[in-house]
Design a protein around this ligand. Structure first.
Ligand code: NAI
Length: 359
């Protein structure tokens, strides 16, 4: 558990972001944190996470960490956005559609609006397109409203397609061919992203294995794509060619990496590595790791492309396929320079940030 004062101390000593906004909203008993990590490439864009934390400091800690990762993600995705993130640390998550939820969202929207576009919000854990519609009533600085509400809708379809292209690219690097026909891919978590990813994999002829703590969900996906369900507790030791984490973070740790039975890790989950050193442990085991913030950028590409940049379908598809090309470059750099793929991704992001905003 993090106390607010201990996280503020960390903030002052280690966080290299631009602006941190913290507001305690009395009427809804909610701490609202907005982290503007970088506006070097454009307005700081990233989702709003709604969560009942053990302590508000844990929410602030999430904002600091996640906003920093968003800066890297936007830079590697080559979008005209910087990195930001927000947390609504609520006493309890109000039910979707409830008046309590609407009240928190509207009060939060006023805070976002007061930043005059320095921060642009979107959906994240426990928030979705309907919530963005409510936020959109009070501010224009929001992406991912429903299609009916004039937005780009749920970005999970973009994330899933981007991850699919990333898997093909990683498999090509590991095996010499991007053909997934007959290749066993284990998808951990078949929610918004994993379920759609399973469809892409099935269509490509892969042998799809799925696991979810919601057993019914795993069975349903497995049946639809002609794959098989795996016990969620057995995922780490289950043999596959490609392991695609699409559920929680920190699945790649010094405890799990020795037990992985795959050649490639390439999935949507954020913050897959338990610590920075875990990227080296994967490399030592000869497992190719597709850095999470590179392979899962399809969501922000979907939002920016459809809602801000006015892309047509062909441009969108080309940009999502571009995730595979970006990864290929990262794998090459890692091999040539003898660094991990995670380090190669960071290097690319930092080079883009150093080059600054185009034009
Ligand atoms: P979701 O909440 O719709 O789905 C997650 C699924 O994982 C659920 O079905 C849940 O039951 C399952 N799950 C949770 N813990 C599990 C475990 N230990 N073992 C097996 N299954 C488990 O989430 P969504 O939107 O599909 O996102 C998945 C991951 O991808 C998250 O880490 C998210 O942060 C990341 N991500 C999502 C993006 C999006 O566009 N939705 C964009 C970028 C990253």
């Amino acid at each position: 558990m993090h106390t607010l004062s201990s996280v503020f101390e960390d903030l002052l000593s280690t966080w290299d972001g631009e602006e941190m906004v913290a507001r305690y909203d009395g009427p809804t008993e909610t701490w609202m944190f907005v982290g503007v990590h970088s506006t070097l490439l454009g307005p700081a864009m990233g989702g709003t996470r709604m969560k009942a934390y053990a302590a508000p400091g844990d929410g602030l800690s999430d904002v600091l960490r996640l906003s920093q990762a968003m800066t890297l993600k936007q830079a590697v995705a080559d979008l005209p956005y910087g990195g930001g993130k927000a947390v609504l640390a609520v006493p309890r998550v109000p039910a979707p559609g409830s008046s309590a939820r609407r009240e928190v969202l509207l009060r939060y929207a006023a805070l976002v609006d007061s930043l005059h576009g320095t921060y642009v919000t979107a959906a994240d854990m426990n928030t979705g397109a309907a919530d963005m519609d409510v936020i959109g009533e009070r501010t224009t600085h929001v992406l991912g409203r429903s299609r009916d509400g004039g937005g780009a809708g749920d970005p999970a379809s973009g994330t899933a397609l981007g991850v699919f292209h990333g898997i093909r690219s990683a498999w090509r690097h590991a095996n010499g061919s991007a053909d997934l026909d007959g290749v066993a891919v284990l998808v951990q978590g078949v929610g918004s992203v994993g379920d759609r990813l399973a469809d892409h994999l099935g269509e490509a002829g892969a042998t799809v294995l799925v696991a979810d703590i919601d057993e019914g969900r795993a069975e349903k996906t497995a049946q639809r794509v002609g794959g098989a369900a795996v016990e969620p507790a057995s995922v780490i030791g289950t043999a596959s060619e490609v392991f695609a984490p699409c559920a929680a973070g920190a699945v790649l740790t010094r405890e799990t990496i020795p037990r992985l039975a795959c050649r490639v890790v390439a999935g949507a989950a954020n913050n897959q590595l338990g610590s920075e050193e875990d990227a080296a442990l994967l490399a030592q085991r000869g497992i190719l790791y597709a850095p999470d913030y590179v392979i899962n950028a399809g969501g922000v590409i979907h939002l920016a492309g459809y809602e801000t940049l006015g892309w047509d379908e062909a441009t969108m598809h080309a940009r999502l396929a571009g995730i595979g090309e970006t990864l290929a470059g990262i794998f090459e750099t890692a091999d040539t320079d003898g660094i991990t793929t995670a380090e190669a991704a960071d290097r690319l992001a930092l080079a883009r940030l150093a080059a600054g905003r185009p034009g």
